[in-house]
Design a protein around this ligand. Structure first.
Ligand code: KIV
Ligand code: ZN
Length: 519
């Protein structure tokens, strides 16, 4: 190995986690946050243990300036970075916004690829280098910690990248960031680029090389890991992978890859991984955007097993189908989901955990009833199982007879007519800010049941005449998660059915508790 690399400061095994959820993430459609939300999220990132929080781009708006300023003053246990083009105005704004920070960093960037030089900047190579030097030198007048980024670095000529990085180091940059701005790279290429830069940039041993990968080809995490193999010691990422277009590398995936495959990467982070799930959920609550069910680490299915074969394996030894413990990333436990694909062993095991060891014949009956239930609902919860053991097959409950929604300008009025578990009709109405708020309020009035939603998603299934809306929602009540599902041609009706699914489960569980209390 090259002697220079062996002795370099970038050869330590600490991988710096630079979170840019509040900058690259926040600037993408649907993820805008207000000032107090940004401050709350910055605290969560610091508690999670990120090394650097990129808090915003102060010169882009007064609101961004104030958010960065408040975070710089409030959040003491992480380095706070602010973004600037290589423009004096941007850099001065960063310096003012970061005033009072415990560990301020100015992150200044300029595009370097031929495409960006010609069409975005209309600058020659020499002019780009001049701007870079000006930006880094000015930033260094204000702070000791200066990161320089060559935007679209991956599509930049290698000799020019070396030239501009040499100049940035000479001007005082302490971190050199190599963005794959358009998510075009593949892992082998990224690894080789980092190896090349570390071997050819003058003074490489005294700076930290950083990777900043976008996810246009779904390779952001793989590319960031390859950059680490090539010698990067900082990775830029976001919670839930939010960011421009297809997003940035997902922090939770990167961190867990480094932890689970520590032997391979020989690099570790300071992230308190049991906080990953809460941090992901905080971001979803703030932005109103949930991660997909099958999202690695933080998706609802990440530690859920439904197929009989997998459940059987899990019951014998969880290592058969799990490479990390759910608790390591903040989940209370794995979930053996009882659904259409579950087997006898899983149902028997779940019942045992609930305190029931059934005779074979009774177990057969419960399994048959559970399978029947999966015709109308996706999963069979503990509450469902308890009902089935008690002989209640779940065909009673509140049902929709009619519903209507009237737009009243500022509000929507919803009217629902339901049939109750004894087949009596109940009609109620309520107003809300929008159709869903009004509908759920009317349902709550009619049933006398109310709960706060934890998640609510609507998907369309099929196209044309077959199109259907599917609504999924969940509520956390008394430590248990109740999920509901509804399908209909009309998404509002699907939502109402899903809401009633939760309400019916809740009512049955109360009934079960009453029976248990009387016994
Ligand atoms: O993707 C990118 O190139 C960036 C830079 C500003 C670092 O976000
Ligand atoms: Zn970016």
């Amino acid at each position: 190995m090259n002697q220079q690399l062996q002795t370099s400061t970038v050869n330590t095994d600490h991988i710096r986690i630079f979170d840019t959820s509040l900058r690259d993430g926040e600037q993408s459609p649907g993820f805008t946050m207000n000032g107090p939300q940004k401050i709350a999220f910055a605290h969560a990132l610091a508690d999670l243990g990120v090394d650097v929080i990129e808090a915003g781009f102060p010169n882009s708006s007064p609101a961004d300036f104030h958010a960065v300023h408040s975070i710089a003053r409030d959040v003491r246990n992480a380095s706070i970075a602010a973004l600037a083009r290589c423009h004096a105005g941007d850099i001065e704004a960063c310096a003012r916004a970061l005033d009072g920070a415990a560990a301020p960093r100015i992150h200044t960037f300029i595009s370097t690829s031929p495409l960006h030089r010609q069409f975005k900047l209309n600058m020659s190579r020499e002019q780009v280098i001049e701007h870079a030097i000006m930006g880094v030198e000015l930033a260094r007048k204000h702070v000791d910690d200066v990161e320089f980024s060559a935007e679209d670095a991956f599509r930049t000529e290698r000799d020019f990248l070396v030239e501009i990085f040499n100049a940035a180091i000479a001007a005082g940059a302490t971190t050199l960031n190599v963005p794959d701005t358009v998510g075009y790279a593949t892992p082998n290429e990224i690894r080789s680029l980092f190896e090349y830069l570390r071997a050819n940039v003058a003074g490489a041993e005294g700076v930290v090389f950083s990777a900043h990968c976008h996810n246009d080809l779904g390779l952001a995490v793989a590319n960031s890991l390859a950059a680490i193999e090539g010698g990067a010691r900082q990775v830029e990422c976001t919670i839930n992978g939010i960011g421009e277009r297809a997003g940035n590398a997902a922090l939770e995936e990167l961190v867990m890859a480094l932890k689970v495959r520590g032997g391979w990467y020989n690099g570790s982070t300071r992230i308190h991984t049991p906080k990953l799930l809460d941090t992901s959920r905080l971001l979803s609550r703030i932005t109103g955007i949930q991660v997909q069910r099958n999202k690695a680490i933080v998706g609802l299915n990440a530690f859920a097993h439904e197929s009989g074969i997998h459940q059987h394996g899990m019951l014998k030894n969880r290592d058969t189908y799990e490479i990390m413990r759910p608790q390591d990333v903040g989940w209370p436990d794995s979930q053996l989901v009882l659904g259409r694909h579950s087997g006898r062993a899983a149902v028997a095991d779940r019942l045992r955990a609930l305190g029931y060891v059934l005779e074979d014949a009774q177990l057969d009956q419960v399994i048959a009833a559970a399978k029947a239930l999966t015709q109308t609902q996706h999963v069979v919860s503990d509450t469902d199982l308890l009902r089935l053991v008690a002989g209640d097959h779940g065909d009673t409950g509140w049902r929709i007879a009619t519903m209507s929604l009237i737009d009243e300008g500022q509000h929507t009025r919803a009217q629902v007519e339901l049939s109750d578990p004894d087949n009596h009709r109940v009609m109620k109405e309520a107003r809300g800010d929008g159709p869903i708020a009004a509908l759920f309020a009317a349902l709550a009035r009619a049933t006398g049941v109310d709960f706060e939603l934890e998640s609510y998603e609507v998907h369309s299934m099929g196209i044309g005449r077959d199109a259907r809306g599917e609504a999924n929602l969940s509520a956390r009540i008394g430590g248990e998660t109740y999920t509901g599902q509804g399908t209909s041609r009309d998404v509002l009706e699907a939502s109402a059915i899903a809401w009633l699914d939760v309400a019916n489960r809740l009512l049955r569980s109360y009934a079960m508790q009453r029976v248990a209390a009387l016994a």
